[in-house]
Design a protein around this ligand. Structure first.
Ligand code: 5GP
Ligand code: MG
Length: 173
C-alpha cells in the first residue's frame, strides 16, 4: 500500500471529526485532550471548528511518550513530558485526540496518565487516521480517515503548524 493524501483530504478528515463530535456530544461538558505531538494540532483544529459552530470546549495536551509500556524498561521513572491539563477532569467528557491510531498502546498509556488528573465522566477517542493493526482492545469513537495499511507500512504525517505542510504519505517498509 502506498500513496499520498494532501491538504483537502486532511481538512475533510478533521471536519468529519468535528462534525461527529458536535453531533454526538450535545450539551455535555466536553474537553479535548491532544496527544503530543500532532494529536495536539489535530485537537486544536477540531476546537476551532467547534468554536465556529458556537461550541466552546475545554482543552489540554498529554505527552505520554515515556509512558508507553514498551518504553518502561528503558526508563526507571516514566514521567509525563510537557503535559498541560488545567481544566477539571472530574466529571468531564474527555475526548482523547491523536493523529494516528496503530497498536493502541499509546492510548492505553494515555488513559493511565489521564487518571492521574481525576475521574472523567466518560472518555472517548478521536483519531485523524486509523491505520488498523491493533494490539490492545482499544477502538476509536471518531475517525477522520480510515487507512488500509500493511503492518509494516510507514505512515508519515505532516501537519502545517508542526511540520510546515499538510501531507500524509503511506510507504511500504
Ligand atoms: P500506537 O501506540 O497506537 O501504536 O501508536 C500511536 C502513536 O504513535 C500515535 O501517537 C502516533 O503519533 C504514533 N504512530 C503510530 N503509528 C504511526 C504511523 O504509522 N505513523 C505515524 N506518523 N505515527 C504513528
Ligand atoms: Mg501522535
Amino acid at each position: 500500500m502506498s500513496g499520498t493524501l494532501g491538504p483537502s483530504e486532511i481538512a475533510d478528515g478533521v471536519e468529519a471529526l468535528a462534525d461527529a463530535i458536535f453531533q454526538r456530544t450535545g450539551d455535555d461538558n466536553v474537553a479535548l485532550v491532544g496527544i503530543r505531538s500532532r494529536g495536539d494540532e489535530v485537537a486544536e483544529r477540531i476546537r476551532e471548528l467547534l468554536k465556529s459552530k458556537g461550541r466552546e470546549v475545554d482543552f489540554g495536551t498529554l505527552d505520554i511518550s515515556l509512558y508507553r509500556d514498551d518504553y518502561e524498561h528503558l526508563h526507571q521513572n516514566p514521567k509525563l513530558q510537557g503535559s498541560d491539563i488545567e481544566f477539571e477532569v472530574d466529571g468531564a467528557r474527555v475526548i482523547l485526540v491523536d493523529d494516528v491510531l496503530f497498536t493502541g498502546r499509546t492510548i492505553r498509556a494515555a488513559l493511565d496518565a489521564l487518571s492521574d488528573y481525576g475521574r472523567p465522566a466518560r472518555v472517548e477517542l478521536a483519531t485523524l487516521i486509523d491505520r488498523g493493526h491493533r494490539e490492545m482492545p482499544i477502538q476509536p469513537d471518531y475517525v477522520g480517515i480510515p487507512l488500509e495499511t500493511a503492518r509494516h507500512d510507514h505512515v508519515y504525517v505532516s501537519l502545517v503548524k508542526t511540520d510546515g505542510e499538510d501531507k500524509i504519505e503511506i510507504k511500504p517498509a
